[in-house]
Design a protein around this ligand. Structure first.
Ligand code: FMN
Length: 230
């Protein structure tokens, strides 16, 4: 499956609503590209554009309810390169109400049987902090399509509870939590920290190094990090 230049090939499929997965993906790729690997990156684009922030409390609540019931969100067709042969697929996206996000669920339904059979898949999850059910459900869905899933990368927001949950909710509702006098000391920033982005870059280097070796084994890599709250 090596490219004509003898490099291992990685497909990076990702969805990001509020740029957090996107930020992790950018630095991960920076790390990956230090090694002899070829990366094809494709962002999933919903057919109906979703605006961030959602902007209202009622809109945020209804999105949370819909996503709790695993609403699929239709996406534009993937580019033809996604269906070529790869040595590894990294599938990155946020947790939505304990589930994979709507665009990722739609992707698996529509294209899963073409993309994943016999394929090594490494999921990357960006979340506020509650990712276990998401990881378990995603692994099952991918395995049903014939994928091998032996490892995960998970980054949760570093703020502490309950401010983290309150902060994410207000942010989605367009209420700018970082500027509220009663909250801003406990909740300085929405999303991932600079250190976590650097950690994603380090993970990119780990994957790149492993893939550039003949007998590289992604499943053996340790992506546990003190920079992500369990
Ligand atoms: C509708 C919705 C539901 C969410 N539900 C969860 C959840 O169940 N658990 C969690 O840890 N984070 C949850 N989050 C927070 C996101 O996973 C988190 O902000 C993530 O970093 C966003 O990544 P993105 O900017 O790439 O979309 C939810 C966000 C949205 C929009």
């Amino acid at each position: 499956m090596e490219s004509s230049a003898g490099k291992k090939r990685i497909l990076l499929l990702y969805y990001s609503f509020s740029s957090q997965t996107n930020n992790l993906v950018q630095t991960l790729v920076t790390g990956l590209e230090e090694y002899r690997v070829e990366v094809f990156r494709e962002r999933l684009i919903p057919l109906e554009q979703l605006r961030f922030p959602i902007g209202t409390i009622s809109g945020t609540m209804s999105m949370m309810v819909e996503t709790f019931f695993r609403k699929r969100m239709p996406i534009l067709p993937l580019s033809p390169q996604c269906f070529e042969n790869y040595d590894l697929i990294i599938l990155a996206g946020p947790t939505w109400s304990y589930n994979p996000s709507g665009p990722i669920l739609f992707l698996i339904n529509r294209d899963g049987n073409k993309l994943f059979p016999g394929q090594e898949v490494l999921p990357l999850i960006s979340c506020r902090g509650y990712w276990r059910l998401h990881a378990w459900g995603l692994k099952r869905l991918l395995q049903k399509c014939g994928a091998r899933v032996g490892n995960f990368i998970v980054f949760s927001h570093p703020s502490i509870e309950p401010w983290r949950t309150i902060g994410v909710f207000l942010k989605l509702a367009g209420k700018i939590p970082e500027k509220r006098s009663w909250l801003r000391k406990k909740y300085r920033k929405y999303g991932h920290s600079r250190k976590q982005l650097e950690e994603a870059e380090r993970f990119g280097r780990m994957i790149g190094r492993e893939m550039s070796e003949d007998d590289g084994d992604i499943q053996s890599l340790d992506f546990n990090t003190p920079l992500s709250r369990p």
